[in-house]
Design a protein around this ligand. Structure first.
Ligand code: HEC
Ligand code: HEC
Ligand code: HEC
Ligand code: HEC
Length: 217
């Protein structure tokens, strides 16, 4: 064997030996947990269920009747007398004084109580009907026509599907389109929405936020 071949063989076993020793050292390092474990990746917080609930904020008169719920409050002539005119009474601040049977109603339609008079909307000659701005009778369950008689631009948006919410089928031969009526969202007596907390932001790929086990509210 030549001198150089012997040298080559020696170098080779030196390298292999070195690699083996380093792997053994690494194995020992891992076994003894020298470097510890990486910190656990942050938990993705659960979103509060109110943000994923798809129900509208209220149940309209029409939906209440259709669902077979307690619609006794809509049966005006269970308590009222037909053909007996109702007289509204007002307090010093010109608020309608409500009978105790109606004390669940909170009137607050428009700034400066602009539209708080019951008979701006209800037909004073027949309580089972609403009365549009131009004097047409519509049923209690057909309230969009009433709202539209004063809120023309919003009504147009709603008809076009820009205001409110459209669900059901886009492809009409598969099924009907479902457009929620105004009173599925707005209380006709106090239609403004109270402010609400924004939903949480999207989950980041590399979260910078603190680890959180709590629900975001
Ligand atoms: C549980 C019984 C009851 C039902 C149901 C009822 N009312 Fe009344 N409502 C009363 C009483 C009592 C008064 C007080 C005036 C009176 O005695 O007639 C009143 C008064 C009113 C007034 C005058 C404002 C006030 O509070 O005094 C309006 C407007 C009115 N009702 C509309 C309606 C309409 C519209 C319906 C149906 C959608 C209806 N009510 C259903 C019992 C009822
Ligand atoms: C007789 C006319 C009239 C009818 C009918 C009417 N509104 Fe209004 N509405 C008003 C006026 C007036 C305002 C106040 C505008 C302002 O203050 O600038 C208002 C304000 C509002 C607002 C803004 C929030 C607020 O309180 O200021 C909403 C939402 C609303 N109406 C929804 C409805 C819905 C839903 C209906 C049908 C159930 C309806 N309105 C029927 C006249 C009407
Ligand atoms: C802006 C129009 C508007 C005004 C003003 C208004 N109402 Fe109504 N009211 C409605 C509509 C629309 C419904 C049917 C609601 C639905 O679809 O949920 C209704 C429903 C009712 C009902 C039956 C359901 C319930 O909420 O109890 C009563 C009772 C009632 N109104 C009484 C009154 C009285 C009393 C006043 C005056 C103090 C008044 N309303 C003023 C539009 C109005
Ligand atoms: C799916 C729920 C939903 C339906 C259905 C709906 N609205 Fe609204 N509406 C809203 C919300 C949410 C706002 C915004 C409230 C805010 O910005 O504070 C609003 C705002 C309004 C306003 C305030 C002014 C404006 O245009 O921004 C009016 C008036 C109004 N709606 C009328 C109506 C009428 C009339 C109908 C039926 C023809 C209707 N809405 C149907 C949810 C709804």
């Amino acid at each position: 064997m030549s001198q150089s071949a012997m040298n080559g063989g020696f170098k080779k076993s030196l390298v292999l030996g070195g690699v083996t020793v380093s792997f053994l050292a690494l194995a020992a390092g891992f076994f003894l947990d020298l470097w510890g474990h990486p910190t656990q990746s942050p938990l993705i917080p659960l979103v509060a269920t109110n943000f994923i609930n798809t129900a509208t904020v209220r149940v309209s008169a029409g939906e209440l009747i259709a669902s077979g719920g307690d619609a006794s409050g809509l049966d005006c002539y269970a308590c009222h007398e037909k053909n007996k005119p109702l007289k509204l009474t007002f307090d010093a601040e010109s608020n309608v004084i409500l009978a105790k049977e109606h004390d669940d109603i909170v009137m607050g339609h428009g700034r400066h109580k602009r539209n708080n008079n019951c008979f701006n909307c209800h037909d004073d000659t027949n309580l089972e009907f609403l009365q549009t701005r131009d004097g047409h009778q519509v049923k209690l369950v057909d309230s969009p026509a009433l709202c539209g008689s004063c809120h023309g631009p919003t009504y147009r948006d709603w008809e076009a599907g820009v205001h409110g919410r459209t669900s059901g089928y886009w492809k009409r031969d598969l099924g009907p389109i479902d457009r929620k009526v105004c009173t599925s969202c707005h209380d006709p007596h106090s239609p403004a929405f109270p402010g609400r907390e924004p939903a949480p932001g999207p989950h980041l790929l590399h979260p910078i936020a603190k680890v959180s086990k709590e629900r975001i509210r």
